[in-house]
Design a protein around this ligand. Sequence first.
Ligand code: FAQ
Length: 334
Amino acid sequence: MYAQALDQKDKAPSRIEDPVKLAAFEAHCAADDKIEPKDWMPEAYRRTLVRQVSQHAHSEVIGMQPEGNWVTRAPSLKRKAILISKIQDEAGHGLYLYSAAETLGVSREELNDQLLAGKAKYSSIFNYPTLTWADIGTIGWLVDGAAIMNQIPLCRTSFGPYSRAMIRICKEESFHQRQGYEAVMVLARGTPEQKAMAQDALNRWWWPCLMMFGPPDAVSEHSETSMRWRIKRFSNDALRQKFIDATVPQAHFLGLTIPDPDLRFNEASGHWEIGAIDWDEFKRVLAGEGPCNRQRMKVRRAAHENGAWVREAALAHAEKRARRKQAAALQAAE
Ligand code: FAQ
């Protein structure tokens, strides 16, 4: 899928842009001004944003699955209520993001069709299973923690609708991260079995979470342009490092061990250094060969099919309201 997606992109014809308009656009970006949907923009800027914002929306929607798996098994009513609210928040994030993408002239149906056809990516992290309750706390702590690290800078991204959606999303993600850390803390300070469960979850989620930030800068194909156009404000590696520096002390505070024998603090740079990330695993997951890729898509397709009656009912209701409004307007005009 990775290679196929690259082929498709290579075949996409690049529009030759008006150099005067392009220069004005680049200056606008460099001055940190927002680009709004009706402003002129290069086709490649529009394409990059549709790609990133829709992948982000798909991630939020697919991201509900690993957690949804635990709603019926949460250990208390309090934990169940928190988990249900969190999952609802993720659905909301997906909706804001699809709306932001729609302002770029692409329909939600089109984006959804791309996802269901397996042509659109979503975050690699959601292809891993949630085996124990500790995984749910760990998702909040690490997955939402990584998501916030990546998304706080996106509140200042150059495209107005995306940046405004991100402000609300980040407030909610921040709560998600805290509830996750608290849930892991309870386990880490619980019985030896509970602590072992928390450690096991950290062992399994640590490396995939580091992959969430994307490939290393040296091979990140979109970074250079996206940073020039202020879509991305920091590089993949810079954000990954910020996440590592913030998270290692949190693990130590819990008495948990980061599963990396090469982890060490560099006094001179003030940063934590890690061992090698297994980028082959990342590529395999992107190619559809992760532990849960097939299951995630199967569940998403079934949800879409099972929800057909809701979409039909909503459309029928909207049409009925529009007809009533039209009739009332005609009556008032008589
Ligand atoms: N997974 O050139 P780059 C969340 C792809 S939301 C899959 O570096 P770019 C909330 C990339 O698309 C998590 N694919 O690309 C939550 C590109 O492929 P393409 C999602 C990945 O765009 C929490 C190719 O590799 N967050 O967690 C990944 O400049 C808990 C080359 O890469 C966002 O989407 C990956 N990890 O940088 C929900 C944030 N990384 O499109 C439920 C917005 C890279 O050419 C529970 N997105 N690829 O076929 C971004 O910031 C960027 O798109 C990056 C990638 C940083 C992800």
